[in-house]
Design a protein. Structure first.
Length: 255
């Protein structure tokens, strides 16, 4: 393949309208945090959900319709936009080849960063860890004790896409786009249990800012996931969004 793609290469790239993740293994937990933390971390026009809750997961995708599988983690806060319940992704570490990182970040706006992720199960105990630059900043363990037939309906992810200014001044070249994306989860098995969440300080990945007031539920599911195409649903105030933009990259001068 050359620098300029052929018509056939472009047609092959765009032929799939969705991203598929068959046989996904996902360890996750929901939790309650403080209302002031949610209010501070949500970019406008997103507003807090009725309860100050969030979701964290560590996943292994054995295969995808775009190539080899990989591992991924994510930290979400529950929120609302125009009365629709959904989630805002604060961070999405990924353990994969670089292509999987840029695909989710540049196309959809998920704040992906390359990392090291583990996920293992021993009997009814499932453990996962996330590490970057020598810091293991998150660990999740769930002791499973029961099964459920399914999960409650999940809302969309609300995402932001922007291009920093080329003249190195604060702001963006062009509008900041507010986007919406939905992932469908076809559950094959679902086990639930008590979660234990551990956050550690990291200057590049400040997950420890999320104070877990109450762990709510832990789960381990195997599912076929389908990531639908997203959509642009509006533009937002660029100046107000600027402090939130740097979830996408490691902020300069951090050690």
């Amino acid at each position: 393949m050359g620098f300029v793609k052929t018509t056939a290469e472009l047609a092959a790239y765009y032929e799939s309208p969705v991203r598929r993740f068959p046989g996904a293994k996902v360890l996750g937990a929901t939790f309650e945090t403080r209302p002031d933390i949610v209010a501070r971390l949500l970019p406008a026009p997103l507003v807090p959900a009725e309860s100050p809750t969030g979701l964290v997961f560590i996943a292994e995708y054995p295969q995808t319709n775009l190539g080899p599988g990989y591992r991924e983690a994510a930290l979400f806060l529950h929120c609302q936009h125009n009365g629709e319940a959904g989630s805002y992704c604060l961070s999405m570490p990924i353990d994969s080849e670089e292509l999987r990182c840029t695909n989710g970040r540049e196309i959809f706006g998920f704040p992906k960063k390359l990392s090291s992720i583990t996920l293992e199960r021993q009997h009814n105990i499932v453990r996962g860890t996330v590490e970057r630059h020598g810091v293991r900043f998150f660990e999740l363990q769930v002791e499973l004790f029961s099964t459920l037939p399914g999960l409650p309906p999940t809302g969309p992810s609300f995402l932001f896409k922007a291009s920093p200014r080329i003249d190195l001044k604060p702001g963006f070249d062009g509008p900041v786009l507010l986007c919406r994306q939905q992932t469908d989860i076809a559950i094959k098995s679902l086990e639930v249990g008590m979660p234990a969440l551990t956050f550690r300080p990291s200057p590049r990945d400040p997950w420890i800012e999320i104070e877990v007031v109450t762990p709510l539920a832990g789960f381990y599911l195997v599912s076929d996931n389908t990531m639908r195409a997203g959509e642009v649903i509006g533009t937002v105030d660029a100046d107000a969004f600027l402090p939130h933009y740097f979830t996408m990259i490691d902020f300069p001068h951090t050690s």
